[in-house]
Design a protein around this ligand. Structure first.
Ligand SMILES: [Zn+2]
Length: 305
């Protein structure tokens, strides 16, 4: 079913390397929620310049649901092009200000972004009028402990970032790394369940209306994660390797042991959970991702599935 959205709200559905971008247009100043991955910044700028985008208008503000590379990677380029302000969730601001590449999951996961300056913070519980619609910012910790979602009660719209997708949510840290992440994920689902929502605009994938089914799947995943910490661990590493492959497009299979031995999160998780030689961990991840059709071999290279 096509999601009923007000005409001043435009959703640019991207892929898994770049988050969706949401443009909220009004005479008070247009607002863009999330800007995609840094490598896709030229495409972000082209979308904004298009007729479906700003169509020659200016941009007043960028807002981020959270500060992972696939959501804020285009911030610097868009701010440079439009001279707009940038607002991030309150809890993310110190990380951006000191460019904490571990907490922001940049160097830590083998990802990159262009550094930018924060102009304003989004405080959970605050309300904002963007695109002539009133949005309440709600804390949605779990995948990102400082993430926010935006709820419009009038049209029953939820902009969920990576806190809720049609099928799951963004990777979370295992208990041994961040004991708060999984309980926060469940608490966020409980919070979202109580909202009146007709349509969800997720951080990745098409907007969807069967919110109850999405919540049920998200709860099911959470329960499975609670039962078996290794599922959280394997899921996180598989998601991150898939992301790297989407970014690079191609990676010699022979480079993968070096990759899992050098990228800190792979090294940390291996030391803590697998204790395998790097080539054995690499082989295991590739095998699982091949079976899931998330990647395939092309000669001696790995390519996205
Ligand atoms: Zn994220």
């Amino acid at each position: 079913m096509k999601a009923p959205l007000p005409p001043q709200l435009r959703v640019f559905v991207r892929d898994w390397l770049s988050s969706n971008n949401i443009l909220l247009k009004s005479a008070a100043g247009h607002v863009l929620i999330d800007t995609g991955y840094v490598r896709h910044a030229p495409l972000m700028l082209a979308l904004l310049a298009s007729r479906q985008g700003l169509d020659g208008d200016g941009l007043a503000r960028i807002v981020n649901t959270h500060c992972h590379s696939d959501h804020m990677g285009g911030n610097a380029a868009v701010a440079r092009a439009y001279g707009c302000r940038i607002a991030v969730p309150e809890g993310e601001a110190p990380l951006i200000e000191r460019w904490d590449t571990k907490a922001l999951w940049l160097d830590y996961t083998g990802q990159t972004a262009e550094r930018f300056a924060v102009d304003d913070v989004i405080v959970p519980g605050s309300t904002h009028v963007w695109g002539d619609l009133e949005w309440r910012a709600l804390a949605a910790p779990g995948h990102d402990m400082s993430a926010v979602v935006f709820h419009n009660a009038e049209h029953r719209i939820l902009i969920s970032g990576d806190a809720l997708w049609e099928n799951g949510y963004g990777l979370i840290m295992p208990r041994g790394v961040d004991p708060a992440a999984l309980p926060a994920t469940r608490a966020t689902l409980d919070m979202l369940s109580k909202l009146d929502v007709a349509v969800v605009i997720p951080g990745h994938g098409e907007p969807f209306t069967d919110v109850a089914a999405a919540l049920e799947r998200a709860y099911g995943r959470t329960t499975a994660f609670e039962v078996d910490e290794m599922r959280v661990v394997r899921h996180a590493l598989k998601v991150l390797l898939t992301f790297t492959l989407l970014d690079r497009q191609r990676m010699p299979l022979a480079e993968l042991p070096g990759f899992v031995d050098h990228v800190p999160i792979f090294r940390d998780f291996n030391a803590r959970y697998f204790r395998l030689p790097p080539d054995a961990l690499a082989q295991r991840l590739v095998g699982e991702l091949e079976r899931a059709h998330a990647l395939r071999r092309d000669g001696s290279d790995l390519v996205p599935g």
